[in-house]
Ligand binder design. Sequence first.
Ligand SMILES: Nc1ncnc2c1ncn2[C@@H]1O[C@H](COP(=O)(O)OP(=O)(O)OP(=O)(O)O)[C@@H](O)[C@H]1O
Ligand SMILES: [Mg+2]
Length: 390
Amino acid sequence: MSTRRSVFRNETVLVPEFIPSDTPHRDEQAKALEMYFQGVVEHSERMSQNVLLSGPVGSGKTMLAKKFGSSLEKRAMLYGNRVKFFHVNCRIDRSLQAIFTKGLRFLGHGYPSRGFSFEELLQSFFEALNGDRIHLVIAFDEVDSLVSSDAASLYTITRLREISQDSQVLSSLLISKTLDYLKMVDLSTLSSLQWSSISLDPYSIHQLYDILCSRSQVAFNEGCIEDSSLELAAEIASAYGDARYALDLLYRAGRMADMAESPRVAPEFVRRAKASLPPSFRKDELAYLGRHQRLILVAISNLLKKGESTYVTIGEVEKSYDALCESLGIPPNHHTQLWSDVNELSRKGIIETQISGKGLRGRTTMIGLSMVSAEQLIDELRGMVADVRS
Ligand SMILES: Nc1ncnc2c1ncn2[C@@H]1O[C@H](COP(=O)(O)OP(=O)(O)OP(=O)(O)O)[C@@H](O)[C@H]1O
Ligand SMILES: [Mg+2]
């Protein structure tokens, strides 16, 4: 067995969920967030706050929110107040019902997930907060997906203060890439949205470089990462201003260096990482897909892997998907639903669709994978096949 040392000292520092203690170029925004909630921290029973936090992919929204949340409780305790922070991702918990049910559990109060109305759920929620004398700050991450599936949810969120009546027990932080979702709601909701707002810019190449330096000091063993590799990763990711992509490049480059038994991460590994990980492909995107969307992706990948061509027809996909469902004992969705799932996958940039020209019988939709190889996609989905069955 090889006793060769890895380039990594601690690679977990590079995973997207890790919350770094040092966050270059976001101090000002972190301070703004704390300042907006200072009233709640000091007078949690009399004050509440609502803040909008927006910024493009990988600009540090989730990180800022979680960092803020982790110190909130302690800061409030200094004033003798009980403030808790509850972070939900609205792409996973897709309705207010699901969010408040989870919230109740978070507060240590059980609630049957079925058989009660939303009003009853809200009532139990406020009773729990009042009873325990807790002020809860809820971070609704990726809130646009909640609002797009149910525009009234934003209205409900803005009204929560009124529902809570005499004492203030709830504040919110709405996180999204853009503020476009506000346009989806009617004006009466907007007027009650006199919220404070923090907006993040995409990172510049220099900012990305600083972020990579800071994270790599902990992630890599001394002397194992070349400065020119950090510069290159920053340069590649600066096209998107996306820190997640920059960190992902570095992580993959490190893994590749280890696989090649190289003692250092040279820029060539960053280039290879770039080739293996096109920016629009995000692994965590797959985790949010519905069961049938994953099955469709497996069907497409299987077909593309077998065949010579870069595209397959929607008819072929449907057949392969039906067969896959049958082999797993899952009833397949009908044509219209399949269409809508294919469209959604295309909108998310996971697949590419085109209408065929002449040559094939009539016009048909052709489906390809623009950014990943079929093999890679099957690899990524393999771990999720268990979920596909559930
Ligand atoms: N200033 C920073 N310093 C150190 N790491 C950072 C900084 N900004 C972002 N990161 C890291 O980059 C990654 C992406 O950040 P984050 O998840 O907060 O992005 P986001 O704005 O929520 O993106 P999305 O819209 O895709 O959810 C995380 O690993 C985060 O820790
Ligand atoms: Mg995020």
